[in-house]
Design a binder for this molecule. Sequence first.
Ligand code: ZN
Length: 331
Amino acid sequence: MALKDAVLGICPVTIPEKVILISSWHIWEPNVLMIRAFYFVALAFVCCFVMPLRAQIAPAAFTEASFQNLSDQELTTLGRSALNVDAAQWKHAESGNFIYHYRHSTVASPAAVAAEFSWRLVSKELQREPVEKPGKCHVFLFESDLEWEQFSRSQPTDPFSGSIYLEGALFVHEVEGPGKEAGIAHDIAHVVVRRFLGTRVPAWLEEGYAEYVATGCSVAFRRARGATARPHSCSVPDGRFIPLAELASMAGCPKGEAEAGAFCAESERLVRFLNHVDKQRFLLFLGAMSKGSTFDWALKTAYGARYGSAAGLERAFRPYATQEMALPFAN
Ligand SMILES: [Zn+2]
């Protein structure tokens, strides 16, 4: 009885004598060794592959709370303005890295899972510590087109996702529908870039990086849930290629639809190109740019004499930017 208790810890369940014999003597028999080896391999597989994947897609703790019980009730001016839109209808919740303000939990809860998933992947991708104080990001989820129109009328919106990210808070419109994971991943990539690299990353680089990692995030998210998904990247339209010296100096996305499309496509393609040449060198380049380096200096610091200057990089990059391409399945 004492041995049984020792094997089972505190659980007083009767163990068949055969089991006790196996654990004491038959353990060294070849067939028992094979069985133990099989279970060991199976356990290692579960620990190394199944558990990490399940942990990545496991729903983040989404805990509804009254506004007064949120861990951070300090809102930006735009955040207070958002909560003034039909004020009584807002609900509030928190997950690991975010505080959500929303109308329906059936919409907000899945968005929270995608947001936490994207946060983990992008922050891991950057391979660095955050420069901004660790605090939860406020996320406002609008479901009504009319309310969004009224709220966002005077604010510049993200050229890729249509959301607004201002002073550390995120305002999202299209929470549902096709491509919602990619949109959320793009928005969260902006949040992570600002938290981990600060606010000096040039517009083209932040947009391009957010879209590049969002593509990988949304594909990984959908595959982790059993769906088939393949990454996609838009080419720069004919005649719309922006010289790199000009792209590097642009303060933001241009206004016109065609110009904005070219800016977005070229920014994403350039980040993709630099990553595929050498991911570690790209992270060096990104780090240098986030500290205010010029394009040429950051390029030289990260890639050495490989391209020499923006002009040298442009000669290698231009054909890559303008061609249609099927991305590898693994992105
Ligand atoms: Zn963006």
